[in-house]
Design a protein around this ligand. Structure first.
Ligand code: F2R
Ligand code: MG
Ligand code: MG
Ligand code: MG
Length: 342
């Protein structure tokens, strides 16, 4: 095991929070005009008003707190934190159907924390990105876990609200991507082919463990698309949205977030930002659709990779929940070191 860098831990959780807070303004806009985006962010520079977080951060905070206080995964504890957070502040912009899960969990005292989610959508389970949007703290906790162990923890945290395979695989992919970004030490050069190859190996094992012919592997297919896009000089936003998605489904947003992070390593002509963390957030939002969630997921990867210093100080000052994110990152860092020593 190796010791993770604290500035990368802080970057990951703060990156996720600012992505959510700043992306929320544009959520549900099908198309984001570049002028409007750039003007909005220019105006933000002189804004003092707090930019509030949404359900993405509300739930990620519960994941972080529960892992820290229970020193690991305690599913009942995490479920009851989701529930009390929801009833304390139900207007954080939660998904359309997830309230039914919270209601059943509350009535049953979380006696079977996985049951209500299984009953969603006539037993199909939700394929929403609500599992992936909150999973990033798990990558900090699981920095030194085996891949198998990390995938199990991600799956169990997601299963509290989402049981559709797309939602489970999406959260596992997001968590793996954040952990890879945390483990990268050279913040000036990332080998994107290696990054994608590692994710493909993980997803192949999850989607098609027996390597069967013609077995559906939707996330591996999306990783192929990302790789192909990155080889091209430019890809239109419309093509990115058409092929990778920008919606509230996990399959239509997690690969998109990975692409946003990797694409923004290089300049984007219509986003005149030198700072690659800033570029990642603006690029993610420019795709429209589920902007808070795609920006929070891409922001976690970018923050983990570039470290806290690259997250603009003004964004840290105006986004609600940044000091808490720093505090959870520190606590998860300590927990991870303690687990390494024991
Ligand atoms: N809910 C939103 N945004 C829209 C409303 C906020 C807006 N700002 C406003 O002013 O109104 N954002 C948040 O929701 C997403 C995460 O959702 P989650 O947690 O996955 O929820 P849910 O309800 O489980 O799934 C979302 C919707 O997906 C469709 N769906 C899911 N599974 C389905 C299935 N098996 N069959 C059919 N449809 C399925 C449903 O429409 C669900 O309501 C994030 O964007 C977060 O920011
Ligand atoms: Mg949200
Ligand atoms: Mg959203
Ligand atoms: Mg600094």
């Amino acid at each position: 095991p190796v010791s993770p860098r604290l500035s990368k831990y802080c970057g990951a959780l703060v990156g996720a929070v600012v992505g959510d807070c700043l992306g929320a303004y544009f959520e549900c806009k099908r198309h984001v005009k570049v002028d409007e985006l750039l003007n909005h962010f220019a105006a933000l520079d002189s804004v003092r008003k707090e930019q509030q977080f949404t359900d993405d951060t509300a739930m990620a905070r519960s994941v972080a707190r529960s892992l820290v206080e229970k020193k690991g995964l305690d599913v009942k504890d995490m479920a009851s934190r989701f529930v009390s957070e929801f009833y304390k502040e139900p207007d954080r912009g939660y998904g359309g159907s997830i309230a039914a899960v919270f209601s059943k969990l509350e009535k049953s005292g979380c006696s079977d924390p996985f049951l209500p989610a299984k009953e969603q959508f006539d037993g199909q389970g939700s394929f929403g990105n609500g599992g992936a949007m909150r999973i990033s703290p798990t990558a900090l906790y699981g920095y030194n876990l085996s891949e198998e162990e990390l995938n199990k923890v991600s799956e169990d945290i997601t299963r509290i609200t989402h049981t559709h395979p797309d939602a489970l695989r999406g959260a596992q992919l997001q968590c793996s991507a954040v952990r890879l970004a945390l483990r990268e030490t050279d913040t000036d050069h990332l080998n994107t082919n290696n990054f994608i190859q590692k994710l493909r190996t993980t997803m192949k094992q999850l989607e098609n463990p027996q390597n069967l012919d013609n077995h559906p592997q939707p996330y591996c297919d999306k990783l192929d698309t990302i790789e192909e896009f990155l080889k091209r000089d430019s890809v239109d936003c419309s093509e990115v949205v058409e092929c990778l998605g920008n919606d509230i489904s996990a399959l239509g947003s997690v690969p998109t977030a990975i692409y946003c992070f990797l694409r923004s390593l290089k300049p984007v002509d219509y986003i005149p930002k030198e700072n690659p963390f800033e570029r990642t957030i603006l690029y993610a939002i420019s795709l429209g659709g589920d902007t808070d969630t795609i920006a929070t997921m891409a922001g976690a990867m970018a923050g983990a990779y570039y470290e806290l210093d690259r997250v603009p100080q003004h964004w840290q000052d105006i986004c609600e929940g940044v000091p808490d994110a720093v505090s959870y990152a520190k606590q998860l860092h300590t927990l991870c070191s303690d687990l390494m020593d024991s």
